[in-house]
Design a protein around this ligand. Structure first.
Ligand code: DSN
Length: 414
């Protein structure tokens, strides 16, 4: 429906910010590993009248009348996820990845029971056990980290921790881990001690969907993900599980932890899943990986140290200490933002700086790959990043880099 009263007229206060955000996204290089640019169709679905409807319950079993179209859309979304990932059961209602994880905890655990999960400071996620998150408040968290030498998982050590602490739930998955995750090994470790295994594939869901990263679907008990990172859908979450857990998972999402589903988001998720089922989506994921390799190699060739020595996926972690000992992640993030290159500061394993300062940068390629940038552009970007960091934020260098960024952005309109 064309807008009769456009936002610019109805709310002239908010409209300039919306325009400014369009310009910001167009005029910056987005390298935050968890962000992406959705298609026009995904965006259009978000702004539909599905937002007007309450639809508590599930297809065929709603608490309000008038839900026939909700049922059809949610069922389509579910069928598409099943096809995409090959799972037994899926719940597409979680409002976010964190909400999806909470629903799994409510299904798999009693308060006070133990979760074995990756330390946030080693690349984990706050919903996997941060003290001030519901996961850390309700459950006993035993963290595992990466090996100090390889900066990768040491599965034997994780197994020892599982044997010692007897968790009820083992969580795999990360927010800042550049290497392939052996999900089957995590399942073995969990099942050996009588625990269940939840794989949170939020970052790598797109890669998993097209077979470019091993899938946890067959070996794990629960798989959660967000829908907006490499999967390139709207902001949201979902849970996949074995049939035996289906009823419990559904009841822990609604009414356990959520009320009415966001049906406009579910419609938009369905559109994104349809896009992900197309052959072009695999080509896109392959290019994400090729771009990440090119960027990693170019950064390394300029003397930057990458945590674990490189990347297998869509992201890399730059350890700033060897090349720029005086530069923290916070400083680097700020100078790069001033240059219109958007990355995020990130803890590196065994970081001596505080989380607000950090010694690392996390850099990912999904968003720029969506815009059409290829390996040669990644080499240019590595050069621009390196120039800003070596100049320690010199305004003249920032000004010059902004010019190069503007040229690149113009070549690749959103
Ligand atoms: N905030 C997300 C990330 O950047 O990885 C995780 O939820």
């Amino acid at each position: 429906m064309p807008a009769k009263d456009p936002i610019s007229t109805v709310d002239p206060e908010i409209w300039p910010f919306m325009q400014a955000e369009v310009r910001r996204q167009q005029n910056t290089l987005e390298l935050i590993a968890s962000e992406n640019h959705v298609s026009a169709a995904v965006l259009e679905a978000l702004g539909t009248v599905f937002t007007n409807k309450y639809a508590e319950g599930y297809p065929g079993k709603r608490y309000y009348a008038g839900c026939a179209n909700m049922d059809a859309v949610e069922e389509l979304a579910r069928q598409r996820v099943k096809k995409l990932f090959g799972c037994d059961h899926v719940n597409v209602q979680p409002h976010s990845g964190a909400s999806a994880n909470i629903a799994v905890y409510l299904a798999a655990l009693q308060p006070g029971e133990t979760i074995l999960s990756l330390d946030l400071a080693h690349g984990g996620h706050l919903s996997h056990g941060l003290k001030v998150n519901v996961s850390g408040l309700l459950y006993n968290i035993v963290p595992y980290g990466v090996d100090p030498r390889t900066e990768q998982f040491n599965y034997d050590h994780i197994r020892e921790l599982a044997r010692e602490h007897k968790p009820k739930l083992v969580i795999s998955g990360a927010s800042a881990y550049p290497r392939t995750i052996d999900f089957d090994r995590f399942s073995e470790i969990a099942h050996e001690v009588g625990a269940t295994h939840m794989a949170d594939i939020a970052h790598i869901a797109g890669l998993v969907a097209v077979g470019l990263h091993p899938s946890p679907i067959s070996s794990s008990d629960f798989v959660t993900t967000t829908t907006h990172k490499t999967l390139r859908g709207p902001r949201g979450g979902l849970i996949m599980c074995k049939e035996a857990w289906a009823k419990k998972i559904d009841s822990r999402v609604f009414p356990g932890s959520q009320g009415g589903p966001l049906m406009h988001c579910i419609a938009s998720k369905a559109v994104a899943f349809a896009e992900a089922l197309k052959p072009e989506f695999k080509t896109y994921q392959q290019q994400i990986l090729a771009n990440a390799q090119a960027l990693a190699e170019a950064l390394q060739s300029k003397g930057n140290r990458l945590v674990s020595g490189g990347t297998d996926n869509h992201l890399m972690l730059v350890d700033l200490r060897p090349a720029y000992p005086q530069v923290s992640g916070r400083m680097a993030e700020g100078w790069l933002e001033a240059s219109n290159i958007i990355v995020n500061k990130n803890m590196i394993p065994f970081d001596e700086r505080k989380p607000v300062e950090t010694s690392g940068l996390r850099i990912g390629t999904p968003a720029l790959t969506t815009r059409g940038l290829k390996e040669a552009h990644m080499r240019t970007i590595a050069d621009l990043i390196d120039r800003v960091l070596r100049a320690e934020g010199d305004p003249k260098v920032i000004e010059s880099v902004r010019g190069s960024v503007a040229e690149l952005c113009e070549q690749f309109p959103l």
